[in-house]
Design a protein around this ligand. Structure first.
Ligand code: URP
Ligand code: ZN
Ligand code: ZN
Length: 468
């Protein structure tokens, strides 16, 4: 049966208009005024905003990392995402060391099989660029994967050298792939980490000392330069600091095809949180680390004004008290030294509400810009637009009915992520999803879960990256 969303205010990146939306066969088929409800199931959105489902292009579900595995799988992570108004995400396949990209891709398809409850795509992270892997890169496009990720940090684990990065960029440029980088100087970090540990500085707060902002800025500038030399489009993930934003701006000013995202935690959580009493700071350990409030100010401005193109989460949750009650190991692994704390934070459920509350509610950007950085630009950059990321005739009916007046206090006691803490614990937000539709089906209605494992679809993405 068709579904008609009536009486709402439709918010896209471009417009805010009063309109009804008719959905048939999973897609938006008509947008207009006073559409007839005959034969349709009606959702009354009077007084509500109607926005595209969120797209989180940076997540790590069931990622083996730091001696354990991130604690959300493709079902728990998807259900949590949906409760937070996100209906599409892109996860990082990790090439197994010694293995092929195809093996990594198959492993990630296996993780999602039978579990996925929202739509999803993959990026491929290259960790071991042998000649045979170089030759394999173009084939990932046939798998519906049009972005590669390289880590300039995590020495001895994921880190690649400059030759690898530059060669990957050249191949990417030839085959219409977008290169993403984790931009931190891993050699500097490894050296500083060793020195801090020798000095007995093992607490979570030293994680920040081991990852200075300039180590991020230097790597960002290097990747930007490689983009300029090779012509390969570049997307810098999880930008955290003023100095890195400056490097991206420099590249863009020179006309290099460079884009960047930040992640929600860098706007709300700061270095002082790493120094919380006891071992509490471990909750906030991620790489690059959380920075200073002045950096958050620069990031907000860049999101508002176009210096950064998107906001994602880098959702990579671990238990704070893992290894007990059937839980997999978590943050407790680093009690003897910050370098052993699994890096990452939960956030896939919180992104849309906190970015609305502090961004739109806080007067930092408009509702349209919110949709642009959280939905539309991610879809454009990663080859999903206009199927995803907007509300238009022909688009998938991934739609959120948003109550701009509903208030909610974020808490681990009520969230749906598979972890025992929430980094926004106690934050009262105004603006909350009332209903969430995935391809026309209501999957979240208030506090009720109506979705199902296995309903989410793998998205084969287009073989180009739009540079915004
Ligand atoms: O700390 C983080 N960011 N963990 C996930 C892996 C990554 O670097 O994106
Ligand atoms: Zn990273
Ligand atoms: Zn990440």
């Amino acid at each position: 049966m068709p579904t008609l969303i009536k009486n709402g205010t439709v918010i896209t990146a471009a417009d805010s208009v009063q309109a009804d939306i008719l959905i048939e066969d999973e897609r938006v088929v008509l947008i207009g005024l006073d559409l007839s409800s005959e034969g349709a199931q009606v959702i009354d959105a009077a007084g509500k905003l109607v926005m595209p489902g969120g797209i989180d292009v940076h997540t790590h579900l069931e990622l083996p990392f730091g001696g354990t595995v991130s604690s959300d799988d493709f079902f728990t992570g998807h259900r949590a995402a949906a409760f937070g108004a996100t209906t599409t995400h892109i996860d990082f396949v990790i090439q197994p060391v010694g293995g092929s990209l195809k093996e990594g891709i198959e492993a990630w398809h296996d993780k999602a099989a039978g579990k996925a409850a929202i739509d999803y795509g993959f990026h491929v992270a290259i960790t071991d660029l042998r000649d045979d892997v170089m030759a394999e890169i173009p084939s990932v496009v046939d798998e519906g994967i049009t972005s590669l990720k390289l880590f300039m940090a995590y020495k001895g684990l994921f880190q690649v050298d400059d030759t690898t990065l530059f060669r990957a960029m050249q191949v990417a440029e030839e085959h219409g792939l977008l290169v993403m980088v984790h931009a931190e100087n891993g050699d500097v970090i490894a050296d500083l980490t060793a020195r801090l540990l020798e000095e007995g500085k093992t607490a979570p707060k030293y994680h920040a000392a081991a990852h200075p902002a300039m180590a991020e800025a230097e790597a960002t500038g290097r990747a930007v330069a490689f983009s300029g030399i090779s012509g390969a489009p570049l997307y810098v993930v999880h930008v955290t600091c003023e100095e890195a934003v400056e490097q991206i701006a420099l590249g863009r000013a020179k006309g290099f095809p460079v884009m960047g995202e930040t992640c929600t935690q860098y706007l709300f959580i700061f270095e002082e949180d790493l120094a919380k009493p006891g071992y509490e700071g471990a909750k906030f350990v991620c790489s690059p680390p959380v920075r200073q409030p002045k950096d958050a100010g620069v990031l907000w401005k860049a999101l508002a004004e176009g210096g950064l193109q998107a906001v994602s989460t880098d959702h990579c949750p671990f238990w704070f008290e893992g290894g007990v009650n059937g839980r997999i190991a978590g943050k407790e692994l680093g009690r003897e030294g910050f370098h052993q704390i699994p890096n990452g934070m939960p956030g896939i459920e919180d992104r849309m509400p906190v970015m609305w509350h502090a961004g739109v509610g806080g007067g930092r950007y408009s509702a349209n810009r919110f949709v642009e950085i959280a939905c539309t630009n991610p879809a454009k950059i990663f080859g999903l637009y206009p199927r995803k990321g907007t509300i238009a005739v022909g688009s998938d009916a991934d739609i959120v009915i948003w109550d701009p007046n509903r208030e909610h206090t974020i808490s681990a006691a009520t969230h749906h992520m598979n972890t025992d803490y929430n980094v926004y614990e106690g934050m009262r937000v105004r603006g909350w999803p009332e209903k969430v539709l995935l391809r026309g089906q209501v999957i979240v209605d208030g506090n009720s879960w109506l979705g199902a494992a296995g309903r989410g679809r793998f998205l084969r993405r287009k073989p180009f990256a739009e540079v915004l």
